[in-house]
Design a protein around this ligand. Structure first.
Ligand code: C2E
Ligand code: MG
Ligand code: MG
Ligand code: MG
Length: 283
């Protein structure tokens, strides 16, 4: 029977592709239930001040514990959520939970902590995004200054003026805006300067290659960003050498496995308490 079929048909029956398609369908199906059944959870990764390694905030990262498949990476299910429209619910839920937690942790620090939340570019298709954010800030009683919204360069392109207006409105409310994974898209620093952006997060691929050949590139990103009045956070810092380089180049904030992997809420509190009782520790 297969004899008469062309090559294209053969590809369709490739077993690994089949397995992938089945998994995709399964995840698509299960994601809705995941929200309802509370299979989604927040993890937190500390953002530290590079000079004294103090925790200045956390980035909230979504986790999905699937009852049969185990931990599913957001890299796998966020694109599915974007396609099915579930991303609105997921990001909204993350925003609310993250703000709520950071409010509860107020008692563990002298200075208010910041909380960074990832927003899919899709979010900016919603006309009432600004009022949703305002509502969450009111409900959770955190100040807008504590909230940082992370967007990727793709929000700035292939979206219309409405998305840019939304950014301005968020900014006017006092919320900070951060360009995540900076360097992987097409935004130039000069273009970003015209937008209400506060912080650049240098993508971890640049940090990873830094001890080999990227030093000058990273240095010029940091210097140019500072010249334009933007602050810089380095993402994916894994080694003391990388930390040293970044410090010397004037980068002020970082996150990465060198300081802490993303942890659950309980562990995040433990990290904060450890800081309170032990003061500064050499990581
Ligand atoms: P991102 O926002 O750039 O988050 C940073 C990712 O890098 C996280 O992966 C984090 O675990 C990982 N990471 C941090 N430090 C290191 C390090 O030192 N080394 C290495 N190798 N990796 C490090 P994660 O948690 O798997 O998240 C992946 C992506 O999924 C995020 O990238 C973000 O784009 C997306 N994402 C996560 N949570 C959400 C969410 O609530 N909403 C939306 N829309 N997207 C989310
Ligand atoms: Mg992020
Ligand atoms: Mg990032
Ligand atoms: Mg990244």
């Amino acid at each position: 029977y297969a004899k008469g079929l062309g090559r294209a048909n053969y590809v369709v029956f490739d077993p690994t592709m089949h397995a992938r398609a089945v998994r995709l369908l399964q995840l698509e199906n299960d994601l809705k239930r995941a929200l309802r059944e509370q299979e989604l959870n927040l993890f937190f990764q500390p953002i530290v001040c590079l000079a004294d390694q103090r925790i200045i905030g956390f980035e909230a990262l979504v986790r999905w514990m699937h009852p049969r498949l185990g931990m599913v990476s957001p890299l796998e299910f966020i694109p599915i959520a974007e396609e099915t429209g579930l991303i609105f619910e997921i990001d909204q839920w993350m925003l609310k939970e993250a703000c709520f937690r950071i409010q509860q942790w107020r008692r563990f620090t002298e200075e208010p902590l910041s909380i960074s939340v990832n927003f899919s570019a899709k979010q900016f298709d919603q006309p009432d995004l600004v009022s949703q954010v305002r509502q969450v800030l009111l409900e959770t009683r955190i100040s807008p200054q504590q909230l940082m919204i992370e967007i990727t360069e793709s929000v700035l392109f292939s979206r219309d003026q409405a998305a840019i207006d939304t950014l301005h409105q968020l900014k006017n409310m006092g919320v900070s805006l951060c360009i995540d994974d900076f360097g992987t898209g097409y935004a130039s620093l000069q273009y970003l300067q015209q937008l209400p952006v506060d912080t650049l997060k240098i993508d971890r691929s640049f940090i990873k290659r830094m001890d080999v050949d990227n030093l000058d590139l990273v240095r010029s990103i940091i210097e140019l960003a500072h010249d334009l009045g933007l602050s810089v956070t380095a993402e994916g810092v894994e080694t003391p050498v990388q930390r040293r380089f970044l410090l010397d180049m004037g980068c002020q904030e970082a996150q990465g496995h060198l300081f802490s992997k993303p942890v659950d809420g309980q562990m995040a509190v433990a990290l904060l308490q450890e800081k309170m009782t032990n003061g500064l520790k050499d990581w």
